[in-house]
Design a protein around this ligand. Sequence first.
Ligand SMILES: [Zn+2]
Length: 90
Amino acid sequence: MTNTDMLINSLDRAMMESLKVFRQGSVGSEQNFVVVNHENQDAYEVVVDNGIIQKCTCPHSTHRKAVCKHMLKVSMKMKMDIEQLKRVEF
Ligand SMILES: [Zn+2]
């Protein structure tokens, strides 16, 4: 699988699955969001620093430093960029 395939897969899931984004609060420049999947009851935390999405607590993001569906969902909902995608030109 290429990075492109993985990104498309995560984007698909971010759009198709019923993921809900909740504000969790903020400390200094850091903000946290919780992304809940109502289908399987998963909930993961997405960390934002200075308005840029940094990471997620799900296995996909933690173990592979990948851009996961939770980060993509927060990006879409909150109109925030993702650190790993910041230097990519589209
Ligand atoms: Zn995640």
